[in-house]
Design a binder for this molecule. Structure first.
Ligand code: 13P
Length: 287
């Protein structure tokens, strides 16, 4: 059964580790992440962007696939199915479809409008026992058409949004989606520290987990980050493993063209990436 991300993130914040949100794109992705979480006895959050939801033929299909897998694979660790960077309308659709968690990304609105829309969603999600992530200060880079400049959030605005009763808060601290450029200045721990001072127990969310050096990940966790999002890194691992298979000519030998064989190296590569991240984030054995 899908669960809200509330308990797992409050536990993570109190225990000084982070739960990974791994974005899914298809059946192989989902199965790889769920099996790894179960093997490592780790809670997990499956992230679905609006673009990925559309690609997988809609939120209802996603809910059906994930619920089916949890049952058929005997997954017993806590799993939250979470909308990533949702619009207000997208949030309503996912609530309707049976997601257990949503993110409303109102970071591109003036703060008053972000507050107004987040307030409405706090009411709806709390009635349904779902978790809600809000965002202040846009995350840089581009993800499925959502483009952000990579600014640092205003800690006072973070407090205003946290006080609305959201479950977890994403705040821009110089992080960006996708690969980091060579001239990236790194995470602003000063901003993160100021945000945590004002928001107390609120689990903070670090987007753009791909390519952040290990020491920065650990420091971010020590300053209150309890959820870390990873997307691009699984895509890169999947693509590299698939490339290797094809370049070795394995699709041309025997039944190597069978999708169950062709996609297997990519599947294993996602499992290895997720394992590495769960170990780094400290969520292993915390289910
Ligand atoms: P990356 O693609 O950089 O790992 O970011 C993922 C993310 O933040 C999803 O919201």
């Amino acid at each position: 059964m899908l669960v809200s991300a509330k308990d797992m993130l409050q536990k993570a914040k109190a225990g000084h580790y982070a739960v990974g949100q791994f974005n899914i794109n298809n059946l192989e992705w989902t199965k790889a992440i769920l099996l790894t979480a179960q093997e490592l006895n780790s809670p997990v959050i499956l992230g679905v962007s609006e673009g990925a939801g559309k690609y997988m033929t809609g939120y209802k299909t996603v809910v059906g696939m994930v619920n089916g897998m949890i049952e058929e694979l005997n997954i017993t660790v806590p799993v939250a199915l979470h909308l990533d960077h949702g619009s207000y309308e997208g949030c309503l659709k996912c609530i309707e479809a049976g997601f257990s968690s949503i993110m409303f990304d109102g970071s591109h609105y003036p703060i008053e409008e972000n507050i107004a829309k987040t307030t409405e969603l706090v009411k709806i999600t709390s009635e349904k026992g779902m978790s809600l992530e809000a965002e202040v200060g846009s995350i840089g880079g581009e993800e499925d058409g959502v483009v952000g400049k990579g600014e640092c959030a205003d800690p006072n605005e973070c407090k205003s949004i946290a006080d609305l009763g959201v479950t977890m808060l994403a705040a821009g601290i110089g992080n960006i989606h996708g690969k980091y450029p060579d001239n990236w200045e790194g995470l602003s721990f000063e901003t993160l520290d100021a945000i945590q001072q004002l928001t107390g127990d609120m689990p903070l969310v670090l987007h753009g987990g791909t390519g952040i050096p290990e020491d920065m990940i650990k420091k971010a966790i020590s300053l209150g980050v309890a959820k870390i999002n990873v997307n691009t890194e699984c895509q890169l691992a999947f693509a590299a493993a698939t490339r290797e298979y094809v370049e070795a000519g394995k699709d041309l030998s025997g039944k190597g063209f069978d999708p169950r064989k062709l996609l297997a190296p990519g599947f294993e590569a996602i499992k290895a990436t997720v394992k590495e991240k769960m170990e780094l984030f400290g969520s292993v054995g915390q289910a």
